[in-house]
Design a protein around this ligand. Sequence first.
Ligand code: FAD
Ligand code: MG
Length: 460
Amino acid sequence: MTNLQWTSYDCIVVGAGLAGLIAARNLQRRGHQVLVIEARNRYGGRMSGQYLPSGQWIDRGGQWVGPTQERFLALLDEYKIRRFPSPNQGKTVLVFNNKRYEFNGFFQGFHEGEVPDIGTEEWQDAMSAWARFQELAKTLPSGYPQSNDHTKKLDSKTFAQWIEENTSTDFGQWYFAYMARAVGFLGPAEPQQVSLLHVLWGQNCAAQAEHPEAELIHGGAGQIPDKIAAELGERIRLGEPVFRLNYDSAGVTIETSQNTFTAQFAIIAMPPHLAGRIIYHPPLPPQREQLTQRVPMGCCAKVLISYEQPFWRKQGLAGVAQGNCQWLELCADSSDPETGVGVIATFVVGDRYSRWRSMSSPARRAAVLSDLAIYFGQEALLPISYDEVDWPGDPWTGGAYSAFMPPGVWTSFGEALFTPVGPIHWAGTEMADRWPGFFEGAIRTGEAAADRIAFLLREK
Ligand SMILES: Cc1cc2nc3c(=O)[nH]c(=O)nc-3n(C[C@H](O)[C@H](O)[C@H](O)COP(=O)(O)OP(=O)(O)OC[C@H]3O[C@@H](n4cnc5c(N)ncnc54)[C@H](O)[C@@H]3O)c2cc1C
Ligand SMILES: [Mg+2]
């Protein structure tokens, strides 16, 4: 038997990630009685930071912000949190099929600056396919993918099929696989796992060309959850997984591992597959049940490696590297100029992750450092700290950076992603129609859920 709590709330928010915290804060600011229930013993979910003994911060979850992420920028301004440009002065390293290139440019779908010396045919192959990819993305209207003949056709294909049909060189193929795997395109995912429609949609509403990784945050994004939580005070309960939710037209009864709470409304603010693990009574509509069986999280670990200094700069390198090395396809300089410590953030993704995760901990570390040495030289072998964040192994997230849609999911079940069920409303970055998969998307869905509940409470 759990404890029945006699206070009844206007709204209970389940999940104290960024979306849930924003929803609860905004409702409380309007004078509503809210309660936030969080499974973990910390706030923030995928927004999570840590200070190292060197005084350097690292973001174990998300870290970057870009110029068109308006709501996130506004939040940073509101809490007077300072930003700095992501360090990118110097040459980018590309390693492709064991050959190493340095060039004064960068590509991430779009291309800027110098072209790597990869071969004209290879480069043209990638660039012309990229132009076709953008054209195809433009054929979709804005907003969530709707179901019609055109979208169904796109949703019946994997991204791997499209790559196969549209590129003719090894480099061209890798260019797109890298976009799906290393950069994300919402996921990330191996190209054969993700719907073509999903990556086209991601290109429209969360485009790399808008530079979502333009800036970093002094002290890290991980400081933000505590600031929002401070405003909510004792309205947040940590370490209480919600496992059951009963509902009817009058409201919800929510059971955690310790207590039972009641409210007029609930906002479930977490990735869809985790929302699907709660037992609902009565059962949710079949459409929603089917959806949450089909929305996997990206298979990705984040690794943060720090050095006494950003040593790569002495060699004229930017600390940005990309390529088809054995383990790491993307590395980014994440050093805060105010601490002087050098930090590389990198990711082990997809099938690489699965192989890597099955190795011993010393072997995993050696694997990451040996790839870093290929990109940046032998000094990479001597870090002052090494942190792995195994998001797929974390039961309260289940992967990184976010969920993605396999073929057929958007057009058959997509609507259930955002459709409320009686007093139950949904939030979380996965259901944003602008910057899904990013902090910005999480904030937007938290704000929208709070607006809707505030409106419904006024109507009651
Ligand atoms: C490695 C990594 C790198 C990323 N990089 C960036 C980046 O650079 N820039 C960017 O903008 N975004 C980035 N992201 C994405 C960003 O972190 C997320 O989009 C955002 O934090 C998601 O917030 P959310 O509130 O929607 O979900 P979450 O943060 O996942 O919050 C869900 C919460 O629900 C809780 N929960 C789950 N089940 C239950 C239950 N049964 N009962 C109670 N509570 C429960 C969880 O513990 C969690 O706290 C990254 C993410 C990762 C993991
Ligand atoms: Mg979060």
